[in-house]
Each structure stands twice: as C-alpha cells, then as structure tokens.
Design a protein around this ligand. Structure first.
Ligand code: NAX
Length: 326
C-alpha cells in the first residue's frame, strides 16, 4: 500500500464539503490504490457536526481512509498537508458590503496562509473555493512566503463545466464532443467565458453557433448560473461545486489530456498582459503535477475588452486587501 496522502478540507461541516468528502474516500480524486488521511477544519461552533461527519465517513468502511483528524486549529489541520481544499469562508450576510466580506475573509485566509506556510508540505497543492476565491487565494499566498505562489490556485472549474454543458446543449452534442473551453479572470460576474478557441467535434465552435447567441446569451448565462441555481434550489451550488473542486485537483495531480486544457485561476506571470501577481483564471495544460498557461492564443478586441474588465475588478479587490499583506 502507498503512504497515505494528507488532504485538508476547510469549511468541512458545510454543504460543499459534505458532497466532496465521500467522493474523495471513494477514490474519485486519487484512484483506488491511494490511501488518504482527511484533516477536517471548521470553526469551534460546529465541531460536533464534524464529529457526526466523521461517524459517517467511518461507516463507509472505505479501504482508502487511513485516518480522520477533526480540528478548529489551522496549524493542526494543515500539518504535512499534500493537498488542501480551502472551502470554508464567511458568506455575505444581510447588509454586508462587498468590502466587509473581503475584509472578514481576508482575516481567515491570512491565518490559513500562515498555517500552510508553517506546517504544510512544501509541494502542497492548494485550491481556494471559498469566495471571493481569487482574492482569498492571493491573500493566502502572500502570507506564505516559504511556499511558491504556484502552490496556490482558485476555482473556476465550475464555471468551465457550466460553459461546456451549456454549449453542448445548444449544439445538440455531447459534453465529450467539446474541447478547449476557457474561463478568463475572476470567479464573479465579470468572468469571461470565451468560445473563440472552443471546438465542437474538432471544429471551431463559433463556426457552428450564432455570434449573437454567444455575445447576448452564453456569456451572461454562465456568469449568472450560480445566482440562477440559488433562485431555483433555494441554496447555492453544492454537489456541482464539489465535483468541480475534485476535477480541478484531479487535473492538477494527474494532468490534462493531450488535446484539451482546463480553466484554473493561477498566479499571473504577465501572460496576455494580465497584471503580474493576480490570481487570474487562464487556460492551462498540466503535466507531472505542473501547470503551464496556454500561450499565444489570438485575442480579438471583443475578448480584450472583457479580459480588461475582469482584470480591473481583481486589481480593485487587491487594492482593498493589500494592507493585510505582510
Ligand atoms: P456553507 O456555509 O455550507 O459552509 C461553509 C463552512 O465554512 C461552514 O461550515 C463554516 O462554519 C465554515 N467556516 C467559516 N469560517 C471558517 C474558518 N475560519 N475556518 C474554517 N471553516 C470556516 O458554504 P458552502 O455552500 O459549502 O460554500 C463554501 C464556499 O464556497 C462559499 O464561500 C461559497 O461562496 C463558495 N463557492 C465557490 C464556488 C466557486 O466556484 N469558486 C462555487 C460554489 C460556492 O458558491
């Protein structure tokens, strides 16, 4: 048997984690031969909920589950972590401004960044799901000077999957027929789902769909899908978010297929003129656990304008939390 991989999940008593943990111990993330130790972090008020979740995890009798740690202490949660899902965050409450939300979460992610810096494995792969995900990841990495910024990513895989599913249904084809979807930028309503490079059955998607549908329906439908789910379900996306988090991490560990890429919010190295150091969603290819931003895609004026808009939002968010960087 392999040595167990230590996987930290924060916000472990929340609804996304409830849909994530049982898939991890079923082998959906690392395969059927890789034992796992789960390290579950949440706030003291819900530790009892975590105890109940541990009982259920135990009751699965998964041969992959080598241990479960329950804690409200980030230093214990991130100890020797190989993989970290940062799901926990404070939701926006009534009357709370965006800036208040940024500040409260900035506190949480500074503490967690410092803990990762001190006790996690040096190659830890960190995925931030909790919102505002891109800027939370930026705060965490700025508090983790001993780790590479490349260890930190944020999730736009749910947006990527939503875009693929919507395109497939519009074209009357299978999801498996679609390649090279891109979500650029922030996981927010300024994100830019881009069809210019997408392929449907190997042919340019924009040869088959009307430009008006792309411009006037597709982009805003993907941007607003989260709100639409809340309006219909009465709760925010949970199982689909957990699925996306699992797929994001699985792609990072196992790689992308030769003929495709995925969208991941990663540390900007200035590609496509995006300000260096932002956590920005790009198309990436992954091999041997290392991602590379897909280079040299032609960007027309329509796309350029949308890239700038989402970049500007991220620059403004960075400005609001900059004083919390050490
Ligand atoms: P829940 O409210 O069900 O769970 C959040 C959990 O985080 C709670 O158990 C809470 O106690 C915990 N928590 C709060 N502060 C914490 C701290 N300091 N340390 C550890 N745990 C803490 O939310 P859920 O539906 O699971 O969503 C979690 C986050 O994902 C939210 O911020 C949500 O906005 C975000 N999402 C991000 C998505 C993305 O694509 N990036 C999509 C889905 C989701 O909306």
């Amino acid at each position: 048997m392999n040595t167990p991989v230590h996987i930290t999940v924060t916000g472990a008593a929340g609804q996304i984690s409830y849909a994530l943990l049982f898939r991890i111990i079923a082998g959906d993330l690392l395969g059927p031969d890789q034992p796992i130790v789960l390290r579950l972090l949440d706030i003291p008020a819900v530790i009892k909920d975590l105890q109940g979740i541990k009982m259920e995890l135990d009751d699965c009798a998964s041969p992959l589950l080598a241990g479960v740690v329950i804690t409200a202490d980030p230093n214990e949660a991130f100890e020797n972590a190989d993989i970290a899902f940062l799901v926990g965050a404070r939701p926006r409450g009534p009357g709370m401004e965006r800036q208040d939300l940024l500040h409260i979460n900035a506190e949480i992610f500074s503490v967690q960044g410092r803990a990762l810096n001190e006790v996690a494995g040096k190659n830890v792969k960190v995925l931030v799901v909790g919102n505002p995900a891109n800027t939370n990841a930026l705060i965490a990495l700025n508090n983790a000077p001993n780790l590479s910024p490349r260890n930190f990513t944020a999730m736009t895989r749910l947006d990527h999957n939503r875009a693929i599913s919507l395109l497939a249904s519009h074209c009357g084809c299978l999801v498996a027929d679609i390649r090279q979807m891109i979500i650029w930028g922030n996981h927010s309503t300024t994100q830019y789902p881009d069809l210019h490079h997408a392929l449907v059955k190997g042919k340019a998607a924009l040869d088959g769909v009307e430009e008006a549908w792309f411009h006037e329906h597709f982009i805003s439908a993907v941007q607003k899908r989260g709100a639409e789910v809340i309006a219909v379900r009465g709760k925010s996306s949970a199982a689909s978010a957990a699925n996306a988090a699992l797929e994001h991490m699985r792609s990072w560990v196992k790689g992308t297929p030769e003929d495709d890429w995925v969208s991941m919010a990663v540390y900007s190295d200035g590609s496509y003129g995006i300000a260096e150091g932002l956590i920005f969603s790009f198309p990436v290819r992954i091999q041997d656990g290392e991602y590379a931003i897909v280079q040299d895609l032609p960007i027309d004026a329509f796309s350029q304008e949308r890239l700038r808009a989402t970049e500007n939002e991220l620059l403004a968010e960075r400005e609001m939390v900059k004083h919390l960087f050490p």
